[in-house]
Ligand binder design. Structure first.
Ligand code: HEC
Length: 116
């Protein structure tokens, strides 16, 4: 196994342990994000995942202050559950439980620039 693979496994394992220990919702959300969202939205949320370049429109840069202006938790929950028509943002309502959707939405807040 490469060093990078081992590091990634360690991160995922840490997330699972944290989730089991019922630590913050955001830690559980990080695991969901890495498994389901990062390929498109990028590990750091910048919209630059390996699959992003071929997409039109590109996945959002979730670190952009403009994206967060006026954005509510219920809007985020809805777009993750129902997807965004006309884009490759798929509905995750069938794949993720409500608790997982809440957790990943909580994790998205960690991309929010301070002051927004
Ligand atoms: C197959 C690639 C892909 C995956 C996987 C993906 N997204 Fe997206 N996402 C997109 C694209 C493309 C858009 C549309 C960009 C736009 O219109 O600005 C988008 C848009 C969004 C938006 C902004 C929607 C809005 O209101 O404009 C959010 C939030 C989001 N995704 C969250 C997530 C989360 C959370 C996950 C994982 C559960 C995820 N995405 C998985 C491609 C993806």
């Amino acid at each position: 196994m490469t060093g990078r693979g081992a590091a990634l496994l360690a991160i995922v394992a840490a997330g699972v342990v944290a989730a089991r220990a019922d630590s913050s919702e955001s830690d559980a959300g990080r695991v969901v994000y890495e498994q389901r969202c990062a390929a498109c939205h990028g590990a750091s949320g910048a919209g630059d995942g390996p699959a992003a370049a071929a997409m039109e429109p590109h996945p959002r840069n979730l670190r952009d202050a403009d994206f967060w202006r006026g954005r509510t938790v219920s809007q985020l929950r809805q777009v993750v559950r129902d997807g965004k028509p006309g884009t490759l943002m798929a509905p995750f309502g069938g794949a993720l439980s409500d608790a997982e959707i809440d957790a990943v939405v909580a994790f998205l807040q960690s991309f929010r620039p301070s002051g927004q």
